[in-house]
Ligand binder design. Structure first.
Ligand code: PGA
Length: 256
């Protein structure tokens, strides 16, 4: 079975002190949970502090973005070389970055390649907007995002990637997708595209998260779906108690 992975995307929330406190609380709360991979993605400013706060625990660390060049005159950007050794994961192509910061499938592809070259595991975000959803374009659109993001990558590289399916209309809105429907979209748009690009065995290896208003009261429904391997969580990851419920919710995978 694919190991479930619950990642907290803290977005532009938490000062360094707040991040430290939250990371410490999460570590304590999940200390006895071994079957679920937990990743915290604080803002860049808090990465070092959170790394210290989670030291000795099994909780992993991720960045929320990177730029693809190693170094240079790119004011305000953070390079993969700077993140190597500091964190394990990096979120790439989040819909907020695509929407507000002009990221495209092409830049997402460059960022994924840069991340992998520096031992960072990408959490690749894909997902349709409301108009596309209502027009029935979801499967074709998400499939095209996957193809664009993975252009030129080997099967070995893609096996390391986590894909997060996040319908944009469900992010931060309280309107989550219906679990069985999300599972169907993941199969039709992500696993089938991976099968077409590589093969069925790779498509079954890649972990796919659902994201978009995942909360304590709906986590088990998502995690009970066979093709949903975890969650990328915004709002509910900002408090240790709700995030802990989500991590425990992933244990539903191990119940007979
Ligand atoms: P949300 O955010 O859980 O607040 O909807 C999810 C995300 O943006 O990754």
């Amino acid at each position: 079975m694919r190991t479930p992975i619950i990642a907290g995307n803290w977005k532009m929330f938490k000062t360094v002190a707040e991040a430290k406190a939250l990371a410490g609380e999460v570590c304590q709360a999940v200390a006895a949970i071994n079957q679920v991979e937990v990743v915290l993605c604080p803002p860049f400013t808090a990465l070092t502090t959170v790394k210290e706060a989670i030291a000795g625990s099994k909780v992993g660390l991720g960045a929320q973005n990177l730029y693809w060049e190693k170094q240079g005159a790119f004011t305000g950007e953070v390079s993969p070389q700077m993140l190597e050794g500091l964190c394990d994961y990096v979120i790439i192509g989040h819909s907020e970055r695509r929407q507000y910061f002009g990221e495209t499938d092409e830049t997402v592809n460059k960022k994924i390649k840069a991340a992998l070259a520096h031992k960072l595991l990408p959490i690749l975000c894909v997902g349709e907007n409301l108009a596309q959803y209502e027009a029935g374009e979801t499967v074709a659109f998400v499939g095209s995002q996957v193809r664009g993001a993975l252009a030129g990558l080997s099967a070995e590289e893609v096996a390391k990637i986590v894909v997060a399916y996040e319908p944009i209309w469900a992010i931060g809105t309280g309107k989550n997708a219906e679990a069985a429907g999300a599972n169907q979209i993941i199969v039709a748009s992500i696993r089938q595209t991976l099968t077409a690009l590589y093969d069925e065995s790779l498509a079954q290896k890649v972990r796919v998260q659902y994201g978009g208003s995942v909360k304590p009261d709906n986590i088990e429904g998502f995690m009970a779906q066979p093709d949903i391997d975890g969650a990328l969580v915004g709002g509910a990851s900002l408090k240790a108690d709700s995030f802990t419920v989500l991590i425990k919710g992933a244990l539903v995978k191990f119940k007979g």
